[in-house]
Design a binder for this molecule. Structure first.
Ligand code: HEC
Length: 208
């Protein structure tokens, strides 16, 4: 082999290795940023990470749900429960799909981060209104098939990652609820495919 050929061969091996190394790196980055739901071997959902980087679809203040029974007004003098913000995020792939087709794909993940509606902060600058105070809980809805558990009959599964002892530290995984606990109300009253699109302007505006 001539000296020139050897040099050329060396250069192409080097280029090949560089491409391989780059591909490996890209592969790793992709798997890290994928927002597909992850499960334990027992079928529990792993806590979604970095959902704050997803698409923010809306924030509701003080929504309470009617369970089909009349809600008794608070007794006179009783403390009215403190209102909460429900901030809802959707994974970016599902948002892009919904934007294009008006349908939620498999998989879709919606995260609802809840916060106290606070009206006082240490500097005393707030005169009126409320802001997102301490976290109070985290709930997650996942559309996925096949189901990773035997608890529900439809593609939608619901999870509560609220740690009552310290809501700022949600557990690493959560079990799905049976259909009657969560799914049924969502299926019957949410405006599109179990999701409360009627309350989320970012999604609602797409179906007008
Ligand atoms: C009686 C009706 C009802 C029941 C039962 C119910 N939800 Fe919801 N859920 C709602 C409404 C209304 C919203 C609209 C957003 C809000 O609360 O701000 C919602 C929103 C959500 C969202 C945000 C994403 C979405 O689907 O729009 C999640 C996550 C969620 N609920 C989880 C749960 C879980 C977990 C349970 C069971 C433990 C549950 N829900 C039971 C009425 C219900």
């Amino acid at each position: 082999m001539s000296k020139q050929n050897k040099l050329l061969r060396g250069a192409s091996i080097f280029a090949g290795l560089t491409i391989l190394a780059f591909a490996a790196l890209v592969g790793r980055v992709e798997s890290q940023t994928s927002t597909a739901p992850q499960y334990t071997s027992g079928g529990d959902l792993l806590l979604p990470v970095d959902f704050e980087k997803w698409v923010f679809v809306g924030s509701n203040l003080g929504l309470g749900y009617r369970q089909g029974v009349a809600v008794a007004p608070p007794a006179q003098g009783a403390r009215v429960p403190q209102q909460q913000f429900h901030n809802v995020y959707i994974n970016p792939e599902a948002y892009a799909h919904f934007r294009a087709t008006r349908e939620f794909p498999v998989p879709t993940i919606l995260v609802m981060a809840k916060f106290v509606a606070a009206d006082k902060e240490p500097r005393g600058i707030v005169a009126t209104g409320v802001f997102n105070g301490d976290p109070t809980g985290l709930e997650v809805a996942v559309k996925n098939l096949p189901r990773h558990d035997a608890k529900g009959t439809t593609a939608w599964a619901y999870y509560d990652f609220t740690n009552a002892a310290d809501p700022s530290k949600p557990p690493a995984s959560a079990s799905p609820f049976p259909d009657e606990a969560c799914q049924n109300c969502h299926r019957e009253h949410a405006s599109r495919d179990n999701v409360w699109v009627q309350f989320y302007p970012t999604l609602r505006n797409l179906i007008r």
